[in-house]
Design a binder for this molecule. Structure first.
Ligand code: DUC
Ligand code: ZN
Ligand code: ZN
Length: 487
């Protein structure tokens, strides 16, 4: 009689806290035991010389999403989750994106209908709120939060998504009341709009001007303002896809004051620069995303933020568009930088890039790597300890890495549906060779083993990280002393 369904033997097991050499016993989809010389499993995997890590959680990716400009992502829930799994990720949290005029509840149902028959790994959803009507804020959103959609993204820029400060305050107040976490895309709308108009009217239409219009100061200013709005109401927020040193400084400074301000960054801000967007012709469109990659000093600031704890999460912001009229270039060769679909792919390479350049080059230790790519995502979004760690009782979502495996990146080896990668030709050390989701093998020996629709939806709990810090601003405390609290 076997004691376990599966035993992973003799690997180096690392969590966000510890690194040990032990076996992992798995039963009924969960980790059942950690120890030396565990009893037999129905199946055994020899992990000697390998790293046994929690499967990655990608808490910022766009899958089967229609952009506000009407462009559909290249990846559906099958290709998106297959690509994620091949890169060592076992949970994704994409967006159920509301467009103006839409019912949020209907949007969520539509995304479920798309994901359920296709996803090969587990998934949750964030919401995108672009139309905070009374109906949405008064009824739909509170009910959805209780149903397990406990985080939502808001935009300070984009014609069809942008919310003004008054609307943002309404949403932050709601998040505080309900215990949800707000994710903020922080760029100054009018600075970008003004610069874009000046650039276009003077004939500067090439992709390189995308990086000019999305100036560092636009990101820094909006980050400061988002933090001030959150501070006014004492509500935690997460600044997503942070790229500019000015924004990193704002986040760091808020954190040192004890505010619960969190930061996320992404591979494109470590491995690309605005020079990539300036490649000849329309080639630079492949690298256009918002905010854009900056310069080498900016990359170093992002590395420093990962090392010193300014950033809690490292996500892909996989926003997959093909390099043709269906995606990146809606007007073909006449596409101006303003019309280029915004976003870069990265769901499969997120972990291998950070492992190779972070752990491999001694910039991050293995435990920090696990925290940044899995554990902190689970904690922020109410999935911990079910997801994001290897502990008795946790789902057996595990990636077994060969730390010595060498790979030269090419679009052809990837499993997304994009057709190009911004990381073409990079040499990487280390790759996840076997990937398990709830104890089932999903990827093994370079092959997909899981079937379509075998991933499950994960309702998210309210997160400790979304609770107010308890630092009230004097004016609100004064008002509360003279009647009902304002928030
Ligand atoms: N925001 C994102 O979150 N992803 C891609 C582009 C953008 O503006
Ligand atoms: Zn964004
Ligand atoms: Zn995004």
């Amino acid at each position: 009689m076997a004691d376990f369904d599966l035993v992973i033997r003799g690997g180096t097991v690392a969590t966000a806290a510890d690194t040990t050499n032990c076996d992992v016993g798995i039963k009924d989809g969960a980790v059942a035991a950690l120890g030396r010389q565990l009893g037999a499993g129905l199946r055994e995997i020899d992990a000697r010389g390998k790293l046994v890590l929690p499967g990655g959680i990608d808490s910022h990716c766009h899958i089967e999403q229609r952009s506000s400009a009407g462009v559909i992502c290249a990846d559906d829930f099958y290709s998106g989750t297959v690509a994620a799994a091949f890169g060592g990720t076992t949970t994704v949290i994409p967006f159920a994106a509301q467009h103006r005029g839409q019912s949020l509840r209907q949007v969520v149902e539509d995304y479920h209908a798309a994901a359920q028959p296709k996803a090969v790994i587990d998934y949750a959803f964030h919401l995108i709120i672009s139309d905070p009507t009374e109906q949405v804020l008064g009824q739909e959103l509170p009910a959805l939060i209780r149903d397990g959609y406990t985080s939502f993204k808001v935009y300070m820029t984009y014609d069809l998504l942008q919310l003004d400060d008054h609307q943002l305050l309404d949403i932050l107040a709601l998040a505080r009341r309900e215990g949800a976490l707000v994710m903020v895309h922080a760029e100054n709308y009018d600075m970008i709009r003004w610069l874009t108009a000046r650039l276009l009217e003077s004939g500067r239409t090439a992709p390189r001007y995308h990086a000019v219009s999305h100036a560092r100061l636009a990101e820094g200013e909006a980050t400061h303002r988002a933090i001030s709005l959150a501070q006014l109401l004492d509500v935690p927020i997460l600044l997503v896809h942070v790229s500019a040193p000015e924004a990193i400084e704002e986040i760091r400074s808020a954190q040192t004051k004890g505010l619960k301000i969190y930061g996320e960054t992404c591979p494109q801000y470590l491995f690309l620069t605005a020079e990539d967007i300036a490649r000849p012709g329309l080639e630079g469109a492949k690298y256009c995303c918002s905010p854009p990659p900056r310069d080498q000093a900016g990359q170093e600031a992002v590395w420093a933020g990962l090392k010193n704890g300014t950033f809690q999460v490292f996500s892909s912001d996989h926003a997959p568009y093909r390099f043709d009229a269906s995606g990146k270039l809606p007007h073909g060769e006449h596409t101006t930088f303003k019309a280029v679909a915004n976003g870069v792919p990265g769901i499969e390479l997120r972990l291998p890039l950070l492992f190779s350049e972070g752990v491999g080059r001694g910039r991050l230790d293995l435990n920090a790597f696990v925290a940044l790519t899995a554990t902190n995502h689970a904690k922020l979004y109410g999935l911990y300890p079910r997801k994001g760690t290897i502990a008795v009782g946790s789902d057996a979502d595990i990636a077994i890495w060969d730390p010595g495996r060498e790979t030269i990146v090419s679009a052809a080896m990837l499993h997304d549906n994009v057709g190009y990668t911004p990381y073409e030709g990079r040499h990487l050390h280390g790759w996840p060779v076997t990937v398990l989701s709830r104890g089932r093998v999903v990827v093994e020996d370079g092959a997909l083993v899981a079937g379509r629709g075998s991933g499950a939806f994960l309702p998210c709990a309210l997160s400790e990280f979304a609770k107010p810090a308890g630092i009230a601003v004097p004016e609100l405390a004064y008002a509360a002393g003279h009647g009902a609290p304002l928030v």
